[in-house]
Design a protein around this ligand. Structure first.
Ligand code: 13P
Length: 246
């Protein structure tokens, strides 16, 4: 299966800097044609980025959506509106949202249902804290997050992002990534049957141009969810090239 290299800009980026980024990305697309590319900027930049890229080969997504489809929910943005803007994917249940906004598994699940209903592809994030890993709880925590956050009949993507690896420069060992991805695969097959067997499982957490090739070569790593290194077109393309084996 083609790998998916997804950039999560978090609360970074600006309209002023967008054209330069889009130009940089377009200039390097030819060398990464073997992977699927996705950029998830803050909501106000979704449509402008789509227009600037004017390219079928880079998808643009969002970083969150509302649980409800429409109505009196001040400040929330619906999955339907994101789809209408042209977003293809939406990241859901990122650990920063689970922490900053106290999002629960049940809310992530409701958001995933709303996203699928609107025609978006959800990317549901799971991952353990450093304390949970040191207590030997990583697999148990991730399994519980999957059981609670992934709706029945889910079609989408899962991202494994150990919280302690996000923005820290720390990366799990290859064995640790392989072990968790295997556990995620087993849980997905149990929950979703055949659909779980083919579902992409991304790794996220301090993926950089210099470690991408080793991580992306691991079994059952279906791509990467990249934070900081996705903010520079050149670094993002270098990671995508590593996925393509370049
Ligand atoms: P970094 O790549 O900056 O560690 O962030 C990872 C992440 O949280 C992507 O969603």
């Amino acid at each position: 299966m083609r790998q998916l290299i997804a950039g999560n800009w978090k609360m970074n980026g600006s309209f002023a800097a967008l054209a330069a980024y889009a130009g940089g990305l377009k200039a390097g697309l030819a060398r990464v044609s073997a992977v699927d590319l996705l950029v998830c900027p803050p909501d106000p930049l979704v449509r402008p980025l789509i227009d600037m890229l004017a390219s079928e080969s880079v998808a643009v997504g969002a970083q969150n959506c509302a649980e409800k489809r429409a109505g009196a929910h001040t400040g929330d943005v619906s999955a339907d509106l994101l789809a209408e803007l042209g977003a293809s994917h939406v990241i859901l249940g990122h650990s920063e949202r689970r922490m900053d906004h106290h999002e629960t598994n049940a809310q992530v699940r409701a958001k995933a249902e709303a996203a699928i209903g609107a025609g978006l592809i959800p990317i549901i994030c799971v991952g353990e804290s450093s304390a949970e890993r040191s207590q030997g709880e990583a697999v148990t925590v991730v399994r519980a997050q999957l059981a609670g956050s992934v709706p029945e009949g889910f079609t989408g993507v899962i991202a494994y992002e150990p919280i302690w690896a996000i923005g820290t420069g720390k990366v799990p060992t290859e064995d640790e990534i392989t072990q968790i991805h295997e556990a995620i695969r087993t849980a997905l097959v149990r929950q979703l049957g055949e659909a779980g067997a083919g579902m992409r499982i991304l790794y996220g957490g301090s993926v950089k141009p210099d470690n991408a090739q080793a991580i992306l070569a691991l079994p059952d790593v279906g791509g990467a969810l990249v934070g900081g290194a996705s903010l520079k077109a050149e670094d993002f393309l270098a990671i995508a090239a590593a996925a393509a084996g370049g």
